[in-house]
Design a protein around this ligand. Sequence first.
Ligand code: ADP
Length: 266
Amino acid sequence: MDNKEQYKVRKEPFYQAQRNEVALYEAAYAARLPVMVKGPTGCGKSRFIEYMAWKLNKPLITVACNEDMTASDLVGRYLLDAGGTRWLDGPLTTAARIGAICYLDEVVEARQDTTVVIHPLTDHRRTLPLDKKGELIEAHPDFQLVISYNPGYQSLMKDLKQSTKQRFTAFEFDYPEASVEAGILSKEADIDPALATRLVKIGQAARNLKGHGLDEGISTRLLVYAATLIKGGVEAKDACRMALVRPITDDADIRDTLDHAIDTVF
Ligand code: ADP
């Protein structure tokens, strides 16, 4: 399989659109504009990008950013092996060479020096300098840069700079509206729509506690986990405690409040 084919999304991912984001993304891609997807964790940002890569039939290279990540992790580095030193492209370089959509998930987590390497890729230059190698890559015409971030839990220190933000078009995601979210759960975990609606109710109760003891509400991802456990035969209350409550709080009062919400729904 050639390098490009291995990054293609082979099977259509299930993605429930919320508004006109699919058409808007297509327009951004047609102009090769960089895209930023903002929103809380587990609300469908990555699934959306995966779906768009499939729809546009372009390779997708996803990088989960973390605080130890440096520019070299993205761009590449020299490796020492038996034959001497050998250059190894990083994921961003590979994406620029083969014409992939490069999705930098939670980009603010990465060290500041990473923004320096993405800047020239996001303007008319569409270039990537490999300083250590002394090479300047012109991005493939199909290349597009996409970043995600969660504005909720960014400290001021970690917020993206305006000079970076203003290089992107942006989508603002949030947890789907109740009936849409129930549809997602029922499709993803193959559960009865009535059960999905009950799970969404618990999700909404938790989201109301955001800012009142909870930093983040229950994500769609966790609701899918609960639905999957129930589908697998776990008793609904146990599944909800395990998938929806215990992961998100260490506070006994909040935990009891949410457990109580589960008891009233099931
Ligand atoms: P994040 O926003 O953190 O990137 P994901 O895209 O990984 O979140 O979404 C988490 C999970 O929630 C997905 O694996 C999927 O099961 C479900 N999900 C959320 N939104 C949607 C949607 N619009 N269509 C289909 N599945 C969704």
